[in-house]
Write a protein that binds this ligand. Structure first.
Ligand code: GDP
Length: 327
């Protein structure tokens, strides 16, 4: 039975990846900061077969111990402070966990494997935020980075550190440059979930209006369930490499509002939405749209769920939640 250790198991991607790997017959271990935190309990409820280990990306020794307990064939580093908006308020902490944390887990793998890093395959969750002020559209693996947030800067550090361990120590380390990926499990602070949840709650009379920032912001939004499969595929290749994972399509926050409110049965979203200047970002990324040709050619990967399918799936789940709340 292959064994995998996932950091960030309590996040959106961690849950999808754990389910995906369990379905492939893996023994799945997840790193958590304390067994009793509510999110760890939720993971255990959703996936009883999972083994949770305590550790923290700020603590090298805890990572070495977790690797010793899990003895994984594959490590997926999904743990991060992942909300761009917050990263301006907690820039140092974001650097510490989202950035330096990557170096720590790579070093832990090096110590664990007695310098033979190729024995454990490593996946780093990199991000399209690294492209930031984009040089070319669409962005591919060779496009230069120009991150526009502390989060993007930290992710760029993690990306280069992953490449560096591959080149310095022969690690089978891959960096997946994932564009935005969403699902009914997305945190409420991200714009997709904020909109789908509000559309559902407004439709059912649980909420009056919705405050948003920049409605013209555009993103390449895919479905997280599709994207975790790409992570696994990267680690099944003989040669480690970096891959852009994206849909290649871009939509605005306005498009998101159109599909979400329509699905919730509200013909016009405009009366329900107000713009709040406090929700604008100090700096925005430009037109983020990914070219996933390498993943298509080498991994045979392509997204299954399109933008409309994604937003409708999220609204349907939020409608079900809201109905439950009403009782
Ligand atoms: P990100 O790409 O990881 O930053 O994902 P988000 O979902 O947080 O933001 C996506 C885009 O939506 C950004 O360009 C935001 O400026 C824009 N946006 C507009 N209004 C909001 C809002 O109320 N909340 C969030 N999170 N983003 C918003």
């Amino acid at each position: 039975m292959p064994r995998a250790l996932i950091t960030g198991i309590t996040g959106q991607d961690g849950m999808y990846l754990a389910e995906f790997l369990a379905g492939k017959g893996y023994e799945v271990f997840g790193l958590v900061r304390g067994q009793n935190n509510p999110r760890a309990r939720a993971v255990r409820r959703a996936l009883p077969s999972i083994r949770l280990l305590e550790g923290d990306l700020r603590d090298l020794a805890s990572l070495v111990r977790a690797l010793g307990a899990a003895r994984p064939d594959e490590v997926y580093n999904l743990g991060a402070i992942s909300f761009v908006g917050l990263s301006w308020q907690q820039a140092e902490l974001t650097g510490e966990i989202t950035g330096v944390g990557v170096q720590r887990i790579l070093e832990a793998v090096r110590l664990h494997t007695g310098d033979d890093m190729s024995r454990v395959r490593f996946y780093q969750a990199s991000s399209s935020e690294m492209f930031g002020k984009v040089r070319t559209v669409p962005q591919r693996e060779t496009t230069a980075f120009h991150p526009r947030s502390p989060y993007g800067v930290a992710k760029a550090f993690g990306h280069y550190m992953t490449v560096n361990y591959r080149e310095s120590y022969g690690a089978h380390a891959c960096s997946g440059i994932l564009f935005n990926h969403e699902s009914p499990r997305r945190g409420h602070e991200f714009v997709t979930r904020k909109v789908t949840r509000a559309a559902a709650r407004i439709a059912l009379g649980l909420q009056d209006d919705l405050a948003l920032g920049n409605l013209d912001a555009r993103r390449d939004w895919g479905f997280a369930g599709d994207y975790v499969e790409a992570m696994w595929l990267m680690l099944q290749q003989d040669e480690p490499a970096d891959y852009v994972i994206a849909t290649g399509e871009t939509h605005s926050v306005r498009d998101l509002l159109d599909v979400a409110f329509d699905r919730a049965g509200i013909a016009d979203w405009a009366p329900h939405v107000r713009q709040d200047p406090r929700l604008f970002r100090p700096a925005e990324v430009d037109l983020l749209v990914g070219d996933a040709s390498r993943a298509r050619e080498r991994l045979g990967w392509k997204p299954r769920v399109d933008f409309r399918g994604l937003v409708e799936m999220m609204v349907d789940a939020d409608l079900a939640d809201a109905k439950q709340e009403i009782g």
